[in-house]
Design a protein around this ligand. Structure first.
Ligand SMILES: Nc1ncnc2c1ncn2[C@@H]1O[C@H](COP(=O)(O)O)[C@@H](O)[C@H]1O
Length: 218
């Protein structure tokens, strides 16, 4: 990235201009039991591309991860996959990775997660397992600590995230979610409503910031 591009790096701070450019999707590397999960992944991918946004994701080409990337590519969109070398043969095939627009192979999981964070303007979580959970929880903790204000969405396909959302509510009620106003993920049941909601939230943040900057510090 150069200083001429819309988003640029300044020391430990990343500053994005007023138009949202990319969405990071966290989701299962497996398809899950309900075919609705794969369908939602593909529909979200299509919606990301149809709105002129780029997908940033973990590079896997199987399960829901593969469905999201396939949806973006089917709509002519841009996909950046970020995957650690040791996972390439587990979560992808070398051939399918060749179809992504951009592939970043990292040394380890930490580098992967950091690059995904840096390159994304917003985060969506589809159904998934332990890895998916870890990723969105980390993004919420960084929001709680004031390290970013990027929109976060639980795509609540068939109510998948209800147990997690109930737990967060319980934590709030018991007084454990400090600076709670900084952790306000959107919860959206209808997959078609996810991208418009993110764009609305992004615009609200831009307005609050007085026009141009949504800031992330790590
Ligand atoms: N500990 C982890 N931190 C970040 N990402 C992880 C971790 N463990 C697995 N992952 C990745 O998350 C996605 C989805 O995993 P699921 O367990 O299928 O939800 C996958 O790329 C994992 O490599």
């Amino acid at each position: 990235m150069t200083l001429d591009e819309p988003g640029w790096h300044c020391g430990a701070m990343t500053i994005h201009n007023s138009s949202i450019r990319s969405i990071c999707v966290y989701c299962g590397s497996r398809p899950g039991r309900d075919p609705a999960y794969i369908a939602a992944g593909r529909a979200l991918g299509r919606a990301i591309a149809a709105n002129g946004l780029r997908l940033v994701y973990g590079g896997g080409t199987k399960g829901i991860m593969g469905a999201v990337a396939a949806g973006v590519l089917a709509e002519g969109g841009h996909v950046t996959g970020i995957i650690p070398e040791f996972l390439v043969d587990m979560e992808a095939t070398r051939h399918s990775l060749g179809q992504l627009n951009e592939l970043i192979v990292t040394a380890d999981m930490h580098e992967r997660k950091h690059k995904m964070f840096e390159r994304a303007d917003a985060f969506v979580t589809l159904p998934g397992g332990i890895g998916t959970l870890e990723e969105i929880v980390e993004i919420m903790t960084w929001a709680q600590l004031g390290r970013h204000e990027k929109p976060m969405v639980f795509a609540n396909v068939c109510g998948f995230w209800k147990p997690m959302l109930d737990l967060i509510t319980h934590m709030r009620e018991e007084g454990f979610v400090h600076t709670g106003h900084k952790v306000q993920p959107l919860v959206i049941d209808d997959i078609e409503a996810v991208v418009p909601a993110i764009m609305d939230r992004w615009n609200e943040l831009g307005w609050l910031k007085g026009d141009e900057e949504v800031i992330a510090r790590l």
